[in-house]
Each structure stands twice: as structure tokens, then as C-alpha cells.
Design a protein around this ligand. Structure first.
Ligand SMILES: [Zn+2]
Length: 272
């Protein structure tokens, strides 16, 4: 009985959570669709108006996906695929709207400058798609790095002799914290006049989805054998900060090569 009560509690909590998740813009369009539907059913508005309102609904839902993903903090690869698909649908809708407006202009039913707005909307949607693409590329890179780390963790236990070919382990004093990291960042900026290219700061959605605890660790997207990578390796060694160097797991493919600062990631107890 207690089990069922707990289950019910979880379900209620989930539903409450899902309700809180409704995007305000989607909620607004939803209310508008309901209002128009009532008018159409009462025979005081043309059915076409309902079709338009429903098309607006799909667009508002895609816009909500983009607000959560392009501008959101942390993404998994699956969410990043949803983001690209939503951005693509929005761009396609803007192109269709332009084509329809152009038909009216070609037929002499609308002024040529009525195309200015749909054209500007295509530009905005194309920029949005570009942002989604670069965000997705970053998430993909992060996933590559995380799988490199996973591969190494497995290799360290199953084939310890092979591990050095994909990774180098430096234990230093075994201690790494955010004060030490601030020191690394400052020194790097002073040396190169650019900020340290951090790709994963602590735990991320990608690591969580892969069942990894990456909290208190930092990934730096630097080829370990570039001038910057070499400088960072020397700095960390001198400061006795633990780090891992990941080169390429697949010969000829440098994707995923990076420097991981801090102890190696552990598996999350719950696997999620
Ligand atoms: Zn890492």
C-alpha cells in the first residue's frame, strides 16, 4: 500500500512538474486556438481562421523548444537534435510564407513591398538555424570528449598496457578545486591574451546522460600537442594539479582530443 502511495505521489509530482513546464507563449497561443475554435463552432468565424491559429500553435511549440535549447544552459545530444529539427521547421515555414506572399504580389493582389517583412523573417529564422547548428556542434564535440573519457576509463581497467596510447595520466598532488582553476585561467589569459577554451565545466547534461560524474572536473578543448596544449600541460605539471591528456582514440581522427583537469570521472551510482 505504501508503495502505491509513493508511486501516486511521484506521478502527481510529475504531472505538476509537466504543467509548470508549459511555455507561457505556447499557453497564450493554446488559449487563442481554443477561443477561435469556439467562434468557428458557433459559426461566427470562418474555418480558415482556425487553421491559421493551429499553424501558429506548431510554430509556437518549435519556438519554445528553441528558447529552451539554443539559449538554455545544458543539452544532451538528443535535445540538440530536437533543437536543430525545430529550427529547420521554423525556417521552412518562413520560406513557405514568403512564397505565398510572393504569389499575391505576382498576381498583382499585393504591393511589392509587402515582401519585405516575410524576407526579413527568413533572415531571422536562418540566423536562428545557424545558432542552433553551432550549439549542436559544441554538444557533439562535448559528447566526443565524454566518450573518449569513457573509453579510457574502460581501457585503464581492461588493457592497462594499451591505455598510454590514447591517454596520459598525471596525478600531481591529487587535489583540484575551483580556486586552483581560477589560477589556471588567469595564467592562460596572461600567456595567450585569450580565454581558456573550456568545453565542459563540471557536471553537464551530456555526462549525466552517459552515467558519468564529471563534477569538480574541467575539460579544455585544446589539442594537447598544440603550443597552447603544451603550455597547459607544463603549467599543470609544475603546479602538481591532476590532469589527463586525451589524444585520439581512433587513429587519424582528432575529434575528442582534449585536456581534462581534475581526477578521472567516476560512474554515477544510479547510472543516470
Ligand atoms: Zn573531462
Amino acid at each position: 500500500m505504501r508503495f502505491y502511495t509513493a508511486l501516486l505521489f511521484l506521478l502527481v509530482a510529475r504531472v505538476a512538474c509537466a504543467q509548470n513546464d508549459v511555455d507561457p507563449e505556447v499557453a497564450r497561443v493554446q488559449a487563442e486556438v481554443a477561443r477561435v475554435r469556439a467562434l468557428v463552432e458557433a459559426g461566427v468565424a470562418p474555418p480558415l481562421q482556425l487553421q491559421k491559429a493551429e499553424a501558429g500553435m506548431a510554430d509556437a511549440q518549435d519556438a519554445a523548444i528553441l528558447r529552451k535549447t539554443i539559449y538554455g544552459k545544458d543539452l544532451t545530444e538528443a535535445q540538440s537534435d530536437d533543437m536543430l529539427a525545430a529550427a529547420n521547421r521554423r525556417l521552412e515555414r518562413r520560406k513557405q510564407e514568403y512564397e505565398q506572399a510572393k504569389k499575391l504580389v505576382d498576381a498583382g493582389a499585393a504591393a511589392r513591398n509587402s515582401l519585405d517583412e516575410p524576407r526579413a523573417e527568413i533572415d531571422t529564422a536562418a540566423k536562428e538555424y545557424g545558432l542552433a547548428e553551432s550549439r549542436a556542434a559544441l554538444v557533439h564535440e562535448l559528447t566526443q570528449m565524454a566518450s573518449e573519457e569513457e573509453e579510457l576509463a574502460v581501457k585503464l581497467t581492461t588493457e592497462p598496457a594499451e591505455a598510454p596510447s590514447v591517454a596520459e595520466r598525471h596525478d600531481g598532488d591529487g587535489v583540484f578545486d575551483m580556486v586552483m582553476f581560477a589560477g589556471v585561467e588567469t595564467a592562460y589569459e596572461r600567456q595567450f591574451g585569450a580565454s581558456l577554451p573550456v568545453s565542459a565545466m563540471g557536471q553537464t547534461a551530456v555526462h549525466r546522460a552517459m552515467g558519468f560524474d564529471h563534477s569538480g572536473r574541467v575539460d579544455v578543448a585544446l589539442n594537447p600537442d598544440s603550443a597552447e596544449g603544451e603550455w597547459l600541460r607544463t603549467f599543470l605539471t609544475v603546479k602538481r594539479i591532476p590532469f589527463f591528456v586525451f589524444r585520439q582514440a581512433i587513429p587519424g581522427k582528432a575529434t575528442g582530443a582534449h585536456i581534462h583537469i581534475g581526477p578521472v570521472s567516476t560512474h554515477l551510482a544510479s547510472g543516470g
